[in-house]
Design a protein around this ligand. Structure first.
Ligand SMILES: Cc1ncc(C[n+]2csc(CCO)c2C)c(N)n1
Length: 220
């Protein structure tokens, strides 16, 4: 999946990319064999995860360098708070899990490690550090959703697959890729991949990818 120009390069430089986007969890989600309790454990953790990611994208609004960058980050905050968290609430409500129970979820260590890593990238780094740490999450799920949708899947978890493979989410991915490419070009110029700074961003991206891969293990 090619979202922009920075992402395919960072993806190629991230050793754990395949461990992230091709896991046994996703295979069983696509063929419907994933146990319901494992899916719900994942969703409850992911609900807490999304709240931290909404904070991280809000931090990106604050760290952005222009009004168009602020608007793009704000659109993702909106998508997180209005669309993605609602998907989780709806799916869990149907399984009898209330919003209060979701909110009380005790974060798994994998969840803590990932969300705090991304927030720390934003607090101690600049806008590019934060975007490089955020990119695997948004674009990886876009790649996963598009692939599972095109390969065909069991109806059991169709709603999840259709959310991430669907046109609205794919449009958000292309917007995020354009945001990243524009932010890198305006700050680092056309020789960006030759600069030492590029390797720092690659490192942020690779670490976030490693933490995404580990996230799948929390539902066991
Ligand atoms: C572990 C984990 N990683 C990535 C996503 C997907 N995601 C997180 S933030 C965001 C942007 C706004 O929609 C998206 C798509 C997830 N749900 N859970």
């Amino acid at each position: 999946m090619n979202y922009g120009t920075c992402f395919p390069r960072w993806r190629a430089g991230a050793p754990d990319w395949d461990a992230y986007v091709r896991t046994p969890f996703l295979r069983s989600l696509a063929d419907g064999s994933l146990p319901r309790h494992a899916f719900l454990t994942y969703l409850a953790q992911d609900y807490v995860f999304l709240i931290h990611f909404a904070r991280a994208w809000s931090l990106a609004v604050a760290k952005a360098g222009s009004l168009p960058e602020m608007r793009a980050c704000s659109a993702t905050v909106h998508a997180l708070l209005e669309t993605e968290t609602r998907l989780h609430l709806d799916l869990c409500a149907r399984a009898g899990i209330t919003e209060a129970e979701l909110t009380a979820t005790v974060e798994a260590p994998q969840n803590l490690a990932y969300t705090r890593y991304v927030l720390e990238a934003g607090y101690s780094g600049d806008f590019l550090d934060l975007l490089a740490a955020l990119a695997p999450c948004v674009l990886g799920y876009g790649e996963i959703g598009a692939r599972l949708l095109s390969e065909g899947h069991d109806p059991a978890y169709a709603e999840w697959i259709e959310t991430y493979g669907g046109t609205d989410y794919q449009a958000l991915c292309h917007g995020t890729a354009a945001l990243i490419d524009g932010a890198v070009a305006s700050r680092l110029g056309p020789q960006a991949p030759a600069l030492p700074r590029w390797h720092q961003l690659q490192d942020r991206f690779s670490t976030a990818t490693r933490l995404e891969a580990a996230f799948w293990t929390l539902a066991g």
